[in-house]
Design a protein around this ligand. Structure first.
Ligand SMILES: C[S@@+](CC[C@H](N)C(=O)[O-])C[C@H]1O[C@@H](n2cnc3c(N)ncnc32)[C@H](O)[C@@H]1O
Length: 231
């Protein structure tokens, strides 16, 4: 048995994924309708979203304060498996939201024998909800959620990092990676969810920067990038 398949955690995650689907239904439909109506390609729509974010990413996420924007159950299981495979004891997560991905990663820490997950979230109400969800999952003791902007809150992550999940503002993937980079151990895994920013992809796909990287065939279309620190 592992924690993910234990009754309590499976129940908490099941409820959270249901809540996420209900809360994000309208937003997802809105985005799909926008793409269809514009007649633009997915690449063009992504480029527009990146430009909007560059103008004011804080406003974009303030407007989404009630949305989960969470990983899928399949990606969550992948997160758990990766953290187990790396025997992770220190994980950093950019973009906590309501804590769904955090629960998968913290469950792996528990099953690895302990450790710490440092998460960060801009929206205060989301931080409160994520903490409550982690409490319900019995994993709160493993997680330090820092409220505020990752560019400030992740300046000091306190030690060597085994796994970094990047799942926040699309335009900050590269600056956040560079912030945590000195702390990545050789062989660390960096997972970019919604990694659409060409600047980020160019950087991690260039072996001269000390990474080996490729798209991940989980939830195709969501821009999942799998990267290993080789330096
Ligand atoms: C896609 S959601 C994260 C979903 C979460 N990882 C999960 O699967 O449950 C992105 C989150 O990042 C937060 N965020 C965006 N920019 C941020 C920043 N600069 N610092 C901290 N959090 C940020 C947003 O408020 C939003 O809740």
């Amino acid at each position: 048995m592992n924690s993910l398949s234990s009754g309590c955690l499976a129940q908490v995650l099941g409820k959270l994924h249901q809540g996420a689907e209900a809360a994000d239904l309208d937003y997802t439909a809105e985005v799909m309708a926008e793409i269809e109506a514009s007649g633009s390609t997915l690449e063009q729509v992504i480029a527009e979203k990146l430009a909007e974010e560059r103008a004011d990413y804080r406003k974009i996420y303030r407007d989404r304060a009630d949305n989960f924007l969470a990983v899928s159950p399949a990606y969550g299981r992948f997160l758990y498996a990766m953290a187990r495979a790396c025997k992770a004891t220190r994980i950093v997560e950019f973009g906590t939201s309501m804590g769904i991905s955090t629960i998968y990663l913290a469950a792996a820490l528990r099953d690895n024998g302990g450790g710490v997950l440092i998460g960060t979230e801009l929206e205060s109400a989301k931080v409160t909800r994520a903490r409550a969800n982690l409490d319900a999952a019995g994993l709160a003791d493993l997680v330090d959620i820092r409220e505020g902007d990752a560019l400030e809150t992740l300046r000091d992550v306190g030690g060597t990092v085994d796994l970094l999940l990047i799942d926040g503002a699309f335009t900050l993937y590269l600056p956040v990676l560079k912030l945590v980079e000195p702390r990545l151990k050789p062989g660390a895994v960096v997972l970019g969810e919604n990694a659409f920013d060409p600047g980020y992809l160019d950087y991690v796909r260039n072996p001269a920067n000390g990474y080996l990287s490729q798209p991940l065939p989980v939830d195709e279309g969501r821009g999942n990038e799998f990267t290993v620190r080789t330096a």
